[in-house]
Design a protein. Structure first.
Length: 389
């Protein structure tokens, strides 16, 4: 028996954030906690959310001490703010880090702290109940799709498995937002580098989900359509960021790609999760660099699916066999990386090569590679880091 969880209520369109207050009221909310970060505040985006709440006479509290890779420490402080302000709804306004933090914060408003018992690698899904306050997500980037994903990636400071800390996942269907407001107008101010990194993050989600080993034909169809939308528009938003139509296609494509990874992800993410704390390399950049070597590694186990990926990426595969088409997909990712000015390798992005053996060991602790089409060993992880260096 299979259990599928479809996304929450999604509203899409320029100006959608103006409906935020009405959604809070629909949950009988009286005082939401806005979860955000300094970058979102400085860009003037949180002010749009506040205006929408004040327009319908709602009070609010704000917690904005969220790091680029949110830690269990900041989550604990956010829960304290939620309870001290007597809030009843959680609103995330930000990128993937903010939305993941909001999910974990929301969990601990009704579940006994700390986060440790709720991580996926210790069977946390069995301990999480559906008794949490409503969550509304307003993504400000088009990449992570955290607004519809079941996961929250948190930097665990209690297990010092590397020179620093290790990322761990909280995975449950109850992590999905109750409402996701996809407003492309909010993403217009994203600088080109962030646009590229988040866009390649979304493309990685679509590709890894499509070839993951779980049986989920719905997710596979969504992944391919997401890849069509993302590959058609990523160059446009990188070079012409004020194109609100293309921004909207990227935002929807990102959301769809994230839904598709209910099917699973793969080795790219197990490797990339180690880099954001130890290099540090932004997650989307790490994904972009790692994706071609991992696709090459997986090729013997996924060539026919990579041929389908090639067609979704807009490649004319007429006259190609599946191997040729699959390799064309890998070449297309490399072309994107060059045009989007991604670093030439992990070394150029800031990784200290001496850290690779320990990072490879930590990558084996990450749950994502369990669904990779080709089984991974620690030696494989080491070799993939080296191939990406």
């Amino acid at each position: 028996m299979l259990s599928y969880f479809l996304p929450p209520r999604i509203e899409f369109g320029d100006g959608t954030i103006q409906n935020l207050g009405e959604h809070v009221k629909a949950f009988d909310g009286k005082k939401p906690l806005l979860v955000s970060d300094a970058g979102v505040i400085n860009a003037g985006l949180l002010a749009k959310a506040i205006d929408a709440l004040e327009a319908v006479g709602l009070a609010h509290a704000t917690y904005s001490d969220i790091e680029p890779n949110p830690t269990d420490i900041s989550i604990t402080h956010g829960v304290e703010a939620y309870k001290a302000e007597v809030c009843d709804v959680v609103i995330a306004v930000g990128g993937g880090s903010v939305m993941d933090a909001a999910k974990a914060l929301r969990l601990l408003t009704t579940h006994e702290p700390p986060l440790e018992p709720y991580y996926a690698d210790v069977g946390g899904i069995e301990r999480i109940q559906d008794d949490m306050p409503p969550l509304i997500c307003v993504p400000t980037t088009a990449g992570t799709g955290s607004e519809v994903s079941q996961g929250a990636i948190i930097t665990d400071t209690s297990l010092q498995t590397t020179d620093r800390w290790r990322k761990r996942a909280i995975v449950t269907p109850f992590n999905m937002a109750d409402v996701a407001l996809l407003d492309p107008g909010i993403t217009l101010g994203m600088p080109p580098a962030l646009t590229a990194a988040t866009g390649m993050d979304a493309i990685t989600h679509g590709i890894e989900a499509y070839v993951a080993t779980k049986y989920h034909p719905i997710a596979e169809g969504v992944a391919l359509q997401a890849l069509k939308m993302l590959s058609t528009n990523i160059r446009q938003v990188y070079h012409h960021g004020v194109d609100v139509v293309a921004r909207g296609e990227m935002l929807l494509g990102s959301c769809m790609a994230a839904f598709s990874f209910q099917k699973g992800l793969g080795a790219v993410h197990s490797l990339a999760h180690q880099l954001s704390t130890d290099a540090p390399i932004p997650h989307g950049v790490a994904n972009a660099i790692l994706l071609p070597p991992v696709m090459e590694f997986n090729f013997s186990h996924a060539s026919e699916k990579y041929a389908e990926v090639a067609r979704a990426l807009g490649i004319n595969t007429t006259g190609m066999d599946s191997d040729e088409a699959g390799h064309a997909a890998i070449d297309k990712i490399r072309e994107f990386n060059v045009e989007l000015n991604m670093p030439a390798g992990l070394g150029a992005a800031g990784l200290d090569r001496k850290k690779i053996p320990k990072l490879a060991a930590d990558a084996m602790l990450d749950h994502c590679h369990k669904f990779n089409p080709r089984e991974c060993t620690e030696a494989d992880m080491n070799a993939l880091f080296e191939a990406s260096f």
